[in-house]
Write a protein that binds this ligand. Sequence first.
Ligand SMILES: *Cc1c(COP(=O)(O)O)cnc(C)c1O
Length: 231
Amino acid sequence: MIAENLAEVRERISQATKKSGRDPDSVRLVVVSKQVDIAHIEEARTAGAVIFGENKIQDAVPKIDQMRSEGISWHFIGHLQKNKVKFLDERFDLIHSVDSLELAEKIANQCQSENRVQSVLLQINVSGETAKFGMEPGELVNQMLAFSRLKGIRVEGLMTIPPYHPDSENSRRHFSRLRELRDQCEKQNRISLYELSMGMTNDFEVAVEEGATLVRVGTAIFGPRRAIDRK
Ligand SMILES: *Cc1c(COP(=O)(O)O)cnc(C)c1O
């Protein structure tokens, strides 16, 4: 099942790139393995999955430490509490969810003391929903230089989670807003922000059409999770 689901998601991504005239290799699939046990993650790996996304440090660490091996990488996609920063260690190739300058500084300091540079994305609340994590677009524009100057982290792009809506077309304006914000920040600060992490099971094709370079897909690959964490 997992192998077929994965193949189907890949095919849909590929179709969406074709439809929008994009290079199929410009989109990477993050297989969201939160609440998924190691046996099923292994199944996805055997089927060719190379990037896995986790949203809770305490769940991710034992999985990563047990599975760590050639050829796969882990991304952190959830809200990161400052007191968990020390557990990042070198486990995650990319953190999608840096949502304040304070958190960025904390990660940067930790990484400098470990003599390494952590790649991160900045999470933006483009829809203006009050309940969501993420910075306001204006906050990003004002603080972009401060983020980009931190040693110990490298800001590679932006991430967003639009409000859930059964019609994926509803996400389009939020995705295009994130892309425009990225373009604006690049121009104003003469920096490169290549990555756009956007699109989940419900709307990843629309995200690809709007320029996503990373899509984060769980349910379409592993099936529904326990209700408590469903978005
Ligand atoms: C759970 C989660 C996903 C995957 O959601 P699905 O709808 O299962 O594809 C993507 N991004 C984040 C940040 C998540 O927490």
